[in-house]
Design a protein around this ligand. Structure first.
Ligand SMILES: *Cc1c(COP(=O)(O)O)cnc(C)c1O
Length: 452
């Protein structure tokens, strides 16, 4: 699970941050040399040019003694593995889905067809896996779902009209606003229906009045409109004369979840799945790679071969294409799906853990640490801008008082949450292999800071 980060030089135990020598003070009336001060900070593991910047800044501010703290803070900005104890399975600040991926420093046949030695397509192998997993004719991969929407609209809707229900003209988070993306693509938005109610007749009128290229359906990923509402199903939309594009967002591949041992979990009940959305009549679906799919950050466009090809041939496709690292991580994720091996996908492994198993680990943790903790029932959430009204039972440990900063400062940062002024670590999102590190971190907490 950690091979990927290790190869890139991030050790699983995190950087050693405490080992910073005191800055040299030879003559208090003369500032120390930049070079000597920078050299005294090598324990942070930061590259020398960064240490020189820090030393210059500390000296310029007349406070060379602040250099170790500045260096420590700078080291803290580097990308490092962290322990997610928040109980939010897809935490956007923590990179959404955890991925297991290992790659040696090696060439790969990214754009070489090994059967004939000619130039191949970087999209073909992974595209075929996706298409197989969701029952589509074809699929391509881009950098994220926002890029997928942009490419679809630019390739299929430019200089024409695209109809969207007013109930779906929203901001999905991180500034992704459907009307703005539409403008950038060169397509003209035709708003249909009202915020709470949109009917097929509204779309039929739009089709009669405008040069419609597409009808678009955008899943209400992180919000709900409740009460007096009505919306048009994919099946009804597909009765229109134009292709239906469904942005399902979360990337659930198949509502029957054949990669899990049991039946689909109850909390997925209202979540649209790619396979069923295509079966219902969508010409294209698009979704994220790092939400419920549990893979790397990517965007996937799957569906009718002619439309997928038109997207692939558009000049923007070149600018939005993923690199080999992403494609090989996505390939590994999709192979696990096709082997029906949900256990090989960290997201599904976390989601499937029983509370009994989590409670055993929490009890064990409580026994092993010197710090006083209480095992408690918690609620974990999918997160990542999906399923806003879903939570499922989980188990955590509670520490008296606020320790989130101290835990974040641990060699391997641990991200916890505060509940009623006490610190809660949720076991569901902590990899069992990391329990030992959590015990270490808890042992290191002072009880003095634990009184609220
Ligand atoms: C999350 C989401 C997006 C954006 O996906 P990214 O992969 O983060 O770009 C777009 N549409 C819907 C419906 C989403 O849920």
């Amino acid at each position: 699970m950690n091979g990927f980060v290790q190869t890139l030089g991030l050790s699983r135990s995190g950087r050693i941050l405490a080992d910073v020598a005191h800055p040299p003070v030879d003559n208090p009336s003369r500032p120390p040399s930049v070079d000597r001060l920078a050299r005294s900070l090598t324990g942070t593991g930061l590259p020398h040019p960064l240490l020189v910047q820090i030393a210059r800044r500390a000296i310029a501010e007349g406070d060379p003694g602040s250099a170790p703290e500045l260096a420590r803070r700078r080291a803290r900005q580097m990308l490092v593995p962290v322990i997610n104890a928040t109980g939010v399975l897809l935490h956007t600040n923590l990179g959404r889905a955890p991925i297991a991926h290992h790659q040696e420093a090696t060439y790969a046949n990214l754009e070489l067809d090994l059967s004939n030695g000619k130039r191949g397509s970087r999209q073909e192998a992974v595209g075929t896996l996706v298409a197989t997993a969701v029952g589509a004719d074809d699929a391509i991969i881009v950098n994220n779902c926002a890029a997928a929407v942009l490419l679809i609209l630019a390739a299929l809707g430019r200089d024409r009209c695209v109809a969207v229900s007013r109930g779906e003209l929203v901001e999905i988070g991180g500034g992704f606003r459907v009307p703005d993306v539409m403008t950038q693509s060169g397509a003209t938005l035709v708003e249909v229906g009202t915020t709470n109610r949109t009917r097929l007749a509204d779309f039929q009128r739009a089709a009669a009045d405008h040069d419609l290229a597409l009808a678009m359906h955008i899943h209400q990923s992180n919000y709900r409109i409740v009460g007096f509402t009505e919306s048009v199903s994919i099946a009804d939309l597909s009765s229109l004369d134009v292709p239906v594009v469904a942005d399902i967002g979360s990337g659930l591949l198949d509502a029957s979840c054949p990669w899990l041992d049991g039946p689909p979990p109850d909390w997925l009940r209202d979540e649209p799945a790619a396979r069923q959305t295509l079966e219902a009549g969508a010409a294209l679906v698009c979704f994220s790679g790092d939400k419920l799919l549990g893979g790397p950050q990517a965007g996937i466009i799957a569906g009718r071969a002619d439309l997928v090809r038109t997207c692939a041939r558009h000049p923007l496709a070149r600018a939005l294409r993923p690199g080999g690292l992403v494609l090989s991580a996505l390939q590994a994720t999709l192979e696990a799906y096709l082997r029906r091996d949900g256990d090989a996908i960290p997201f599904w492994r976390m989601a499937a853990r029983s509370t009994g198993e989590l409670r055993d680990r929490a009890d064990d943790l409580a026994r092993r640490t010197d710090h006083e903790v209480t095992v408690i029932d918690t609620r974990a959430v999918p997160g990542g801008g999906t399923l806003p009204d879903v939570s499922f039972p989980s188990i955590g440990v509670r520490l008296v008082g606020d320790h989130v900063e101290a835990l974040r400062e641990h060699g391997r940062p641990i991200i916890a949450r505060i509940e009623n002024q006490h610190t809660v670590l949720d076991l569901r999102t902590i990899d069992p292999d990391d329990d030992e590190i959590v015990v270490e971190a808890l042992d290191g907490l002072t009880t003095s800071t634990s009184s609220p």
